[in-house]
Design a protein around this ligand. Structure first.
Ligand SMILES: [Zn+2]
Ligand SMILES: [Zn+2]
Length: 337
């Protein structure tokens, strides 16, 4: 059996490490990196953009009470306030004071009071092109980076623009923190990613979890016309096609959409417990804030099937983690040692 070695990211001892960018990294950290990549790339794909925003909102809600997240998300909140009141964001060089200066020169100041240095946090914002830091002598001016500008261009005309921007950017930052050596691991989010990847998706990125679906309508197989209720399609068949009663069912096609995927509740509880997250915390976030829960209001959050209990997970999460698994495969192929 190979001996235990230390992962250079999370510092935990593992038997298998992967050499990536000159670092030896454990499988869970590789998955975190893959998730970050999937999260970032999916936004560019119209097919996955909605998923990524849903997951981003959930990530924001999942870490909301985690004090470590405050420092990392604070500049984004400040930027949103500054947009809201039409102010410029200015830092006095070498200080921990951030000023919001309005057009009529009113000034609001806030003090950076987190343990994590402001510079470190801003570095990440710059690397992700969320904010740009412009040196103006005694002051540093914070403005939109390319990423934010692009989002404003795409969504600026919508009333929910800031919600969308907030969701994606916070999700991206939290996902990105997997890449930071000394960053806090947001255990609830991480557990969710790991357990979805392990239990619901195979190694090639195909979803293997059972789906929960909801009937959205009924189609007449004879002419293709669609109806919202079973009664309507029945009476259509009887009157338009003169279908005899005993043949009616054979001509009705149910149409349904997947509103969730099933995750064995015990696998989830076990994964949470292993990582030191109280299962109650997860279920409370799910109930109260809808974290990972299906968006469809008619879809239950917990169901029983064949005597087993399942949590119903939002399809957006499963699709984004499935993409992450494809990236993960690319990262680890031939790199194990
Ligand atoms: Zn690790
Ligand atoms: Zn018909």
């Amino acid at each position: 059996m190979p001996k235990l070695r230390r992962c250079e990211k999370c510092r935990k001892y593992k038997r298998v490490l992967y050499k990536i960018n000159d670092e030896e990294i454990c499988a869970e950290c590789v998955r975190g990196m893959a998730f970050y990549q999937a999260f970032k790339e999916s936004f560019k794909d119209p097919k996955y953009r909605g998923d990524v925003i849903t997951v981003g909102i959930d990530i924001g809600n999942a870490v909301w009470f985690n004090p470590f997240s405050y420092a990392w998300l604070y500049p984004l909140s400040l930027w949103m306030v500054s947009k809201d009141i039409g102010a410029r964001l200015i830092i006095e060089k070498g200080s921990n004071i951030i000023k919001l200066v309005t057009k009529d020169n009113r000034e609001y100041t806030v003090k950076w009071r987190y343990k994590k240095p402001l510079d470190d946090v801003l570095r990440l914002y710059q690397e992700e092109a969320i904010l740009k830091v412009i040196d103006e002598g005694d002051e540093l001016v914070l403005t939109e980076g390319e990423t934010l500008n692009e989002m404003l261009k795409k969504y600026g005309d919508r009333p929910d623009a800031f919600e969308i921007i907030d969701a994606w950017v916070s999700g991206l930052i939290i996902a990105r923190l997997h890449e930071e050596a000394d960053a806090p691991d947001f255990r609830l989010v991480d557990t969710l990613i790991q357990v979805i990847a392990n239990e619901m998706i195979d190694n090639t990125g195909d979803i293997t979890a059972e789906s929960y679906s909801k009937v959205t309508g009924y189609k007449c197989r004879l002419c293709g016309l669609k109806f919202t209720t079973r009664e309507e399609v029945k009476s259509h068949l009887m009157t338009v096609h003169r279908t005899p009663s005993d043949e009616i069912m054979g001509h009705i096609e149910e149409e349904s959409i997947t509103t969730g995927y099933l995750l064995d509740i015990y696998s989830l509880v076990k994964a949470l417990t292993q990582r030191g997250v109280r299962p109650e915390t997860f279920f409370e976030r799910m109930e109260r804030l809808g974290v990972a829960a299906p968006e469809d209001p008619d879809t239950p959050r917990v169901i029983e099937r064949d005597g087993r209990k399942f949590v119903v997970i939002d399809p957006s999460w499963v699709r984004i983690v499935a993409r992450a698994k494809i990236y993960e495969r690319g990262l680890v192929l031939g790199r194990g040692r």
